[in-house]
Design a protein around this ligand. Structure first.
Ligand code: FE
Ligand code: FE
Ligand code: ZN
Length: 287
């Protein structure tokens, strides 16, 4: 199965999100758990969730990838920002656990549910402090009964971002007690901007990922082209084939044996019709 989709909004309900996915030919998708700039989440509606899960299963839509708000920063120097991060992540994981409960009580299988987040920005405290604070947050929140796998997203290394190298992600994972609940989401624009040559040496980059983190931790791909040159540390996404990574490299990634079964989520600068075109294009290039 080729799990490919894009970022969708659950602001008008979960069922509508799956209807949108169907319209644009998506077999996977990602959604923000709440307003990406922060704020409170709307209460979940059981009937909406049940209809969502039923439709999702009928359409053969794969893993669910939830994305934490961009404002979630567990390694901020500001204690109130760290508090927000802890509260938000704890509440989001409860909500995602509820989706699984609704599925199970209706005899449905929700496939995997992932919660992807940006590790954070240490803001002048240094990477070591950043890594410590992020792992402390995960240790403070994760419990053995959590059913959601938390994904650390590979970052471009812009400013004081933590997670711009595979080694930094590995250091976080090493400090998490319940590390079987931690995975990684590889963002193609971010690793490219971080300096990894996925265009000329995809095998080399994946071997490096395997050596440092382990490919068994890799659970999802954000498939984005980049406006900037490799190593630019800028993090500006481009449409598929319209950036510095290019279509040929994208085609190699969606067909690579180590990646091809993972969910691919587009985060390209598009509206729904643009996403539909990119999904169709990539589908036509899938071997
Ligand atoms: Fe992200
Ligand atoms: Fe991303
Ligand atoms: Zn990005």
């Amino acid at each position: 199965m080729f799990y490919i989709g894009c970022h969708l909004s659950c602001a008008k309900g979960y069922l509508l999100m799956v209807k949108e996915a169907e319209k644009i030919g998506a077999t996977a998708f990602q959604f923000f758990t709440r307003n990406p700039r922060g704020g409170n989440a709307k209460a979940l509606d059981d009937a909406d969730l049940e209809a969502f899960l039923r439709n999702k299963e009928e359409l053969g839509i794969g893993p669910l990838v939830a994305h934490a708000p961009y404002t979630l920063n567990g390694c901020s120097a500001d204690e109130s920002v760290r508090d927000f991060a802890w509260r938000t992540m704890r509440e989001d994981l409860e909500r995602l656990g509820k989706i699984r409960m609704v599925a199970e009580s209706n005899g449905l299988t929700p496939a995997e549910i992932y919660y992807n987040f940006h590790p954070g920005s240490h803001v002048k405290q240094g990477t070591e402090v950043g890594i410590r604070l992020i792992s402390e947050m995960l240790n403070g929140i994760l419990t053995p009964d959590h059913t959601t796998t938390v994904l650390l997203e590979t970052m471009a290394g812009k400013g004081s971002e933590v997670g711009g190298t595979f080694e930094e992600l590995r250091e976080i994972i090493d400090r998490v007690e319940l590390s079987d609940k931690i995975g990684v989401c590889l963002d193609t624009c971010h690793v490219w901007d971080g300096g990894y040559d996925i265009v000329n040496d995809l095998d080399g980059v994946l071997n490096e990922f395997d050596r440092v983190i382990g490919l068994d931790r890799l659970k999802a791909i954000h498939l984005n082209d980049s406006l900037n040159l490799r190593g630019a540390k800028k993090d500006r996404h481009a449409k598929i084939g319209e950036g510095q990574i290019g279509l040929e490299a994208m085609i190699r990634m969606i067909n690579h044996p180590a990646l091809k079964d993972l969910p691919f989520c587009l985060e390209t600068p598009n509206e729904l019709d643009g996403y539909a075109k990119e999904i169709a294009l990539l589908r036509s290039k899938r071997r």
